[in-house]
Ligand binder design. Structure first.
Ligand SMILES: [Zn+2]
Length: 578
């Protein structure tokens, strides 16, 4: 009866090895056939820091789970985790597929915002590393929209965490973008249709603008913008305004990077394009002449620069002679630049200005990517001409330039045009904080208002730049819309020392000389009365303000009595006729 007995350490070890082999075999079979075991194995390897080995088990776990009847939604978190390991294996295509499946599942849709941003960033990056510039750009462009102020003003503390995170992710993606676009030749966009390619080009330009404003990321910016430029050139042609417009973003970047040769070539191309489409004598050429001359100066080609400046002056002289600004009240009224806007004078949702232009084109320093809506302003030209200096943005540029030299403050446009819809979105998003004006009540919808930044934050009353604005803005047609103690915007304190609004030089001067101190909206509502009195040579004195203002109040009261102002129809309709 030879019972099995463990007689020696050798036998003991042998039995142990046997058991281990049996176990390992069982386990190996299990991870091959059992979804749960494969999933466990996957997680163990991830925990052990072996993601590349984990990937194989993860994929098997997904396949086995599917076979066992798991739904796409149940599998979503596993897919997201496996995507990480595929990224570690540099299988970016597979990583992107898995992440996309996970994010479009119910699981992905209901992730907390912060986590969702993390996964979207990973997906975009997987696309990027897989060379899919278009898909990555589409995602990062939405990040750019959602980052808002956080993207434009990195030092700004007054932004919410979600916006900040979007901005941070964008910054983090710069290197990945650089890897894709950093070639001697711009990368070719290959959209499904020309429209698709053009849409991608616009997104690339937006992102390029974002990176272009950040120190040290000019290379990624230039690559993105050059790619967008080539795409537009190919599809729209070199003369198209959308193509030419990009030279205004790319050229300054090349100049900053010291690529003066490239900047010169680009400006020459734009100059000739404008020459072809607008004629050799068009004053519109002056912008490109000025930019080109700037490059020549940097290259110390002073004679050529001088000749260009002379040519520019000639263009202006030939186009406009010696005429200066002349008052034309009718045009002011037709273009509606004197319309008051406040909670008492709301705008229709349908109101949108028709002459928006990019402020940067008129040399207004912008705090954000120059081609977005928010960096646009109305042209509000003095008359039907393209005089490049007799309009809102040109005058704002002059005012900023004056106050910059007087104060040494860095002054820029933080916010210009905002559509009714944009204002509604902002208001909804910030509703709880109550710092954003409701739609229809903001002057930004007119494209006439400019929020001014000083040193990357809102202008304050204590800024030297503010003193300069207060003393000089009226000379350029601007007034302070929301002075201390006003009730123009809903909320307890509507004083906005950063918010300046264009009313034209004549009206701004009249307000300064004859208007009721610190009641600009009432003044605008009663403007015809003030104009009449000014025309008769009798400026209303302090007491007489009431004559004009009372009239306006009565008129408004009549409207309000029959039609509540909240419905934004009665008063708005009358005022929109102005
Ligand atoms: Zn404002």
């Amino acid at each position: 009866m030879p019972a099995i007995r463990l007689r020696s350490p050798v036998m003991f070890a042998g039995a142990f090895v046997l058991l281990a082999v049996l176990y390992a075999t069982y386990f190996d079979v299990a991870v091959r056939t059992n979804a749960r075991a494969a999933t466990d194995r996957f997680h163990t390897l991830v925990d052990l820091g072996a993601p590349r080995r984990a990937a194989k088990h993860g994929e098997r776990a997904i396949a086995l789970s599917l076979k066992a009847g798991a739904t796409g939604d149940q599998l979503a978190p596993l897919k997201a985790a496996v995507a990480e390991t595929q990224t570690a294996r540099r299988d970016y295509q597979r990583a992107a597929d898995l992440l996309k499946e996970a994010l479009t599942a119910k699981w992905g849709q209901s992730l907390p915002t912060i986590e969702r941003i993390e996964f979207e960033d990973r997906l975009a990056r997987a696309y990027l590393l897989n060379g899919d510039l278009e898909r990555a750009t589409a995602i990062y462009t939405t990040f750019l929209d959602l980052a808002g102020d956080a993207a434009a003003i990195p030092e700004d503390t007054d932004v919410d965490a979600t916006a900040k995170l979007h901005a941070d992710k964008l910054v983090g993606a710069a290197d990945a973008f650089l890897r894709v676009v950093n070639h001697a030749e711009p990368r070719t966009l290959t959209g499904a249709t020309p429209e698709h390619t053009l849409a991608s080009a616009t997104q690339l330009a937006d992102l390029g603008g974002f990176y272009g404003m950040r120190e040290g990321e000019e290379y990624a910016a230039a690559g993105l913008l050059a790619t967008a430029y080539q795409a537009r050139k190919r599809i729209r042609g070199v003369d198209h305004q959308d193509t030419v417009q990009l030279t205004l973003m790319l050229g300054p970047l090349y100049t900053k990077m010291g690529r003066l040769h490239d900047a010169e070539a680009l400006y020459l191309e734009a100059f000739h394009a404008q020459e072809r489409s607008k004629g050799a004598n068009s004053p519109d050429l002056s912008l490109y002449i000025k930019l080109l001359a700037g490059v020549y100066e940097k290259q110390e080609r002073f004679t050529e620069a001088q000749a260009l400046y002379e040519h520019m002056r000639r263009l202006f002289r030939d186009a406009f002679g010696e005429q200066r600004y002349s008052v034309n009240r009718n045009i002011d009224r037709r273009e509606n630049i004197n319309r008051p806007v406040s909670q008492h004078f709301p705008l229709d949702a349908s109101y949108a200005p028709r002459d928006l232009v990019s402020a940067a084109e008129f040399f207004v320093p912008t705090a954000k990517v120059p081609n977005i809506d928010e960096m646009k302003l109305r042209l509000a030209a003095d008359r039907d001409s393209d005089a490049r200096e007799e309009n809102l943005p040109a005058r704002l540029a002059q005012l900023i330039s004056l106050c910059r030299s007087e104060s040494d403050d860095a002054i820029s446009l933080r916010s210009g045009y905002r559509s009714y819809r944009t204002q509604a979105v902002l208001h909804d998003r910030n509703g709880a904080r109550g710092t954003v004006t409701p739609p229809g009540v903001s002057e930004h919808q007119t494209g006439l208002a400019a929020d001014i930044n000083v040193d990357s934050r809102f202008m304050r009353q204590s800024d030297r730049a503010f003193q300069c604005f207060e003393e000089n803005a009226f000379r350029f047609g601007f007034i302070l819309s929301y002075p201390p103690g006003n009730d123009y915007l809903p909320g307890k304190d509507s004083y906005e020392p950063w918010h300046w609004r264009y009313v034209g030089i004549q009206t701004a001067q009249l307000y300064r000389e004859a208007g009721p101190y610190n009641r600009p909206q009432e003044f605008l509502a009663a403007l015809p009365c003030f104009q009449e009195r000014a025309a008769s040579g009798v400026f209303p004195t302090a007491g007489e303000h009431d004559i004009c203002l009372d009239g306006a109040q009565t008129k408004l009261a009549e409207v309000s009595a029959t039609q509540p102002v909240r419905e934004q129809s009665g008063a708005a309709r009358i005022l929109n006729d102005w």
